[in-house]
Write a protein that binds this ligand. Sequence first.
Ligand SMILES: C=C(O[C@@H]1C=C(C(=O)O)C=C[C@H]1O)C(=O)O
Length: 365
Amino acid sequence: MKPHKQIKDWGMGLTAPLIIAGPCSAETPEQIGQICKEMKEANVVPHLFRAGIWKPRTRPGSFEGVGEEGLKWMEIVRHHLNIPITVEVGNASHAELALKHKVDVLWIGARTTVNPFAVQEIAEVLRGVDIPVMIKNPMNPDLELWMGALERMYAVGIDKLAAIHRGFSDEYDKRYRNKPNWSMPIHLKREWTGMEVINDPSHIVGRRDGLLEVAQSAMNFGLDGLMIETHHDPDKAWSDAKQQVTPARLKEMISSVDFKTPLENMKPDEKLQDLRRAVDHMDDQLLDILQERFAAIDQIGAHKREHHLTVFQSDRWKEVMESRTRKGVAKHLSEKFMKELLYCIHEESVKRQEKQLREAEPIKK
Ligand SMILES: C=C(O[C@@H]1C=C(C(=O)O)C=C[C@H]1O)C(=O)O
């Protein structure tokens, strides 16, 4: 597959870390004008201005966005700040209207990403159009669905792509509106080389406090930008009042975040090179040990075949799991990590042994 175009190649003078800010919803032309004015005064002009035009609300009856009219107000942003604009599109007609009003960048929200029909319909409208699209993670932590939406865009010729991590709904963990799952963006970056992932702390936290902490974690993990909902009078906002910040606060936040450098295009220094050589050596040792362990597992498998024993032995497995987890925890490895590691090793052991049995004794008909 030919590589997609990263933010720096979108032809808009943008670079990562990308800062996207603007209100949850466009409300009135005055509101958009006031936010722009305060951004300018606070000297915090984002790279990309966001505004929700159509709001997917959980239940009908609350403010559902101003619709097409709001797209006309985006001219106000161009006039005051002269920066590109991004809006969310949730269906084909939104996409048509956004193109008609020359929106610069589109994003697809979490509630749309979960639905391949809707994503495909939007993709059909965008077929052959040169416009960047950002895809928010689906509501549930399903990497395939997230990748699928990016692939649907890529398949119709949209090669200017980025993803947005906005967290996942979690009915038990009330610390967050949408709990971050840092493994997901990292996994996406591993699966799709060069895919940039913007972080959306506003939807993750759902409140003003705690935004900075999440934004910093995103930068520590190596994410590629921040989308922060910004309103001149957050408490009076027509949607998401609790999580929006003023332009002045946005400025403080952006100044306090420590934007880290990805090493990708730089030569690591001597110290890092030495430490990585040590890690390379230890990984080789780990592999040698694993090879020896699986050789022993194979011998146990041969013994089981001879004595007609099942491969899975629950008592032994329980003992292995409990004792190794205890030892690992004593060595400051987390219990979760120990369990996942041991599950993975055990799964491979029983699969190898079962294959041994199957191949040694083909089923006779
Ligand atoms: C190796 C064995 O087979 C399986 C694999 C185990 C392991 O990987 O440690 C433990 C128990 C069994 O489910 C065994 O029975 O000892």
